[in-house]
Design a protein around this ligand. Structure first.
Ligand code: PMP
Length: 405
């Protein structure tokens, strides 16, 4: 249980404990003073290596100077001016142009929202409207967010059960198994999946399976939705993970690293599909803050830097270093692609102890994925330098070994 006793030295911590609605009975409770590059600096003067990038957000590190400048300049020009889609706001347009220029031609438009779960909500609505169908297929251990629609296609009973009834006509299948294919029929609106499951334990999809799924969806007029909220924006070594597979979705959802640290989500699809959002009713999917100009300015700067400075390629080096160094007692495997990695340990006690020891003794922040308690998430900022990367991975390996002893 969390320690809720008042802390005489920290009114901030007391207010956090008393007045912030808690989502965990044991929050980490680090008091953040500032964050820069790969480091979090705490109020009590500790310097912590953020080896999970705020859960796959700060791929360019914290406070990248070009992102900060873009935020400052845009905030000074204008912030919110109008609900989504009415005014021409150049930060939105510039980002949409840059992003679509990097996507396959069929994904020629984007719709901006504020977060990952909202991107999936919009994708599900778009799929219903565009197909006139309402059945969805999704996967066990998939994670798509915590609002009602996204939770409806999230494949973990422990999170779903307390909130049922959820959306009807959602059917779950085993990830990477061909048994789903025969259920992709002409009454299915969409199949939604993460090309690499994140919270489910960093599980890459099998290329043959993904290609067969794409083919079946095309045959039946079923839309294929890829949730790349966690795997997008260079994390796996490509701008989006689907590029590793040669499979293009009908709808691509994104968020997290997209905003360069600012809140932003979006979905990309074809102009033809998005027509479904234009009529009957008008203003189908209005959002007040979706595509906030400051978030779009940050995202545009982050995307420019990501591509220009070659940070995506860096993800491959991170994978190579992790797979090379993380071997030894207590370690079963390192899974994943690029800098979206999972360190599979032999048991949950060892996992807990390793995460705790890395934090307390070595100032390395690691974490779990939501649906697995034997896997340590490794998602360092792509900008981490070579020496610090090697040193941190070595410390993690030695800590696992010591804890396994
Ligand atoms: N989809 C995936 C694959 C995710 O990893 C997450 C967040 N962990 C979400 C959706 C939800 O995103 P958000 O927290 O921004 O709503």
């Amino acid at each position: 249980m969390a320690d809720h006793s008042p802390d005489a030295h920290s009114p901030q911590k007391n207010a956090f404990q008393r007045h912030i609605a808690q989502t965990s009975d044991a929050p980490l409770g680090l008091e953040i003073e500032r964050a820069e590059g790969v480091y979090l600096h705490t109020r009590d003067g500790r310097e912590i290596i953020d080896f999970i990038s705020g859960i796959a957000v700060s791929s360019l590190g914290h406070g990248h100077p070009e992102v900060v400048r873009a935020v400052q300049e845009q905030a000074a020009r204008h912030m919110h001016v109008m609900v989504y889609g009415e005014f021409v706001q150049d930060t939105q347009s510039a980002l949409a142009a840059r992003l679509t220029s990097l996507l396959p031609g069929s994904l020629d438009r984007v719709y901006f929202v504020n977060s990952g779960t909202e991107a999936n909500e919009a994708a599900l609505k778009l799929a219903k409207k565009a197909t006139g169908r309402h059945r969805f297929l999704a996967f066990r251990d998939g994670y798509h967010g915590d609002t009602q629609g996204s939770l409806s296609v999230t494949g973990r009973d422990v999170y779903r059960k307390p909130y049922e009834p959820l959306l009807p006509d959602v059917h779950f299948f085993d990830f990477n198994l061909h048994s789903v294919l025969e259920s992709v029929t002409e009454d299915v609106a969409a199949v939604i999946l993460e090309p690499i499951q994140g919270e489910g334990g960093i599980i890459p999809s099998d290329p043959d399976w993904l290609q067969a799924l794409r083919k079946r969806c095309s045959e039946t007029g079923t839309l294929l939705i890829f949730d790349e909220i966690q795997s997008g924006f260079g994390r796996t070594g490509k701008l989006f993970a689907f590029e590793h597979y040669g499979v293009v979705p009908d709808i691509l959802t994104m968020a997290k690293a997209m905003g360069g640290g600012m809140p932003l989500g979006g979905l990309a699809a074809s102009s033809r599909l998005f027509e479904a959002f234009m009529y009957d009713p008008p203003l189908n999917h209005v959002t007040t803050f979706g595509g906030h100009p400051v978030s779009c300015a940050a995202a545009d700067a982050a995307l420019r830097v990501l591509v220009r400075d070659g940070w995506m390629e860096r993800a491959h080096r991170i994978e190579e270093a992790a797979k090379g160094i993380l071997q030894g007692p207590g370690i079963d495997a390192v899974r994943g692609k690029g800098a979206m990695l999972g360190l599979q340990l032999t048991d949950s006690g060892l996992t807990r102890k390793t995460v705790q020891t890395c934090m307390e003794r070595h100032g390395i922040l690691l974490g779990w994925t939501l649906h697995s308690n034997t896997l340590i998430r490794l998602a360092p900022p792509l900008i981490i330098d070579e020496a610090l990367l090697a040193e941190t991975l070595t410390t993690i390996r030695d800590t696992v070994a010591a804890c396994a002893d």
